[in-house]
Design a protein around this ligand. Structure first.
Ligand code: IMP
Ligand code: MG
Length: 184
């Protein structure tokens, strides 16, 4: 385990098993459809790759397509403010397409609320959200949300999640030691 990590919440095996269940949920709900998975950079990049492979391995009828957005939300290093700036927009048009927003974590829910409003204005055929993690009682956007795991109100890193751009490469999801974010 990394020295800066206090505790592992989810092992690589637990994550893989859950991602495969989420892929099954997508297969069930979008059977026969083309679905555009929109990964929110950078946090969701690891999940997007794993979801892509899990969907392929599920051998279903969903035809996944992939696009990405990059956003930055103003705020401190560990809290977002809900004021979101789009750094990279989608490459393509989403009108009349089934769109599934893929996020790393729902904390306050402010980032997602902004994104749901923004994408809904582009008139997709449907819009839903998949998040690997959610903290207690985030503001839920008024769309269907597929959730990987519920976690307590702790700051986690790994599996794409960072603190100051570090720890994204950890293969597990762990709680960052408080001394680490107190330090900088
Ligand atoms: P929200 O707008 O408060 O829901 O914050 C969402 C964004 O804040 C996520 O996409 C992450 O980039 C970041 N974030 C929130 N909680 C954590 C955490 O525990 N670890 C790492 N990043 C987090
Ligand atoms: Mg982040």
């Amino acid at each position: 385990m990394h020295d800066d990590v206090e505790k592992v919440l989810f092992t690589p095996e637990q994550i893989a098993a859950r991602v495969s269940e989420l892929a099954d949920d997508i297969e069930r709900d979008y059977a026969g459809e083309e679905v555009l998975l929109v990964g929110i950079l950078k946090g969701a990049f690891v999940l997007m790759a794993d979801l892509a492979r899990a969907l392929f391995l599920a051998e279903g009828t969903v035809r996944p397509r992939f696009d990405f957005m990059a956003v930055s939300s103003y705020g401190s290093a560990t809290r977002s403010s809900g004021v979101v700036r789009i750094l990279k927009d989608l490459d393509g048009d989403i009108a009349d397409r089934h769109v599934l927003l893929v996020e790393d974590i729902l904390d306050s829910g402010l980032t997602l609320q902004y994104l749901v409003r923004n994408l809904r204005a582009r008139k997709p055929a449907s819009l839903a959200v998949l998040t690997m993690l959610s903290k207690p009682e985030p503001m839920k956007p008024d769309v269907e949300v597929y959730e990987g795991f519920h976690i307590p109100d702790v700051f986690v890193v790994g599996y794409g999640l960072d603190y100051a751009q570090r720890y994204r490469d950890l293969p597990y999801i762990g709680v960052l030691r408080e001394e680490v974010y107190g330090r900088s």
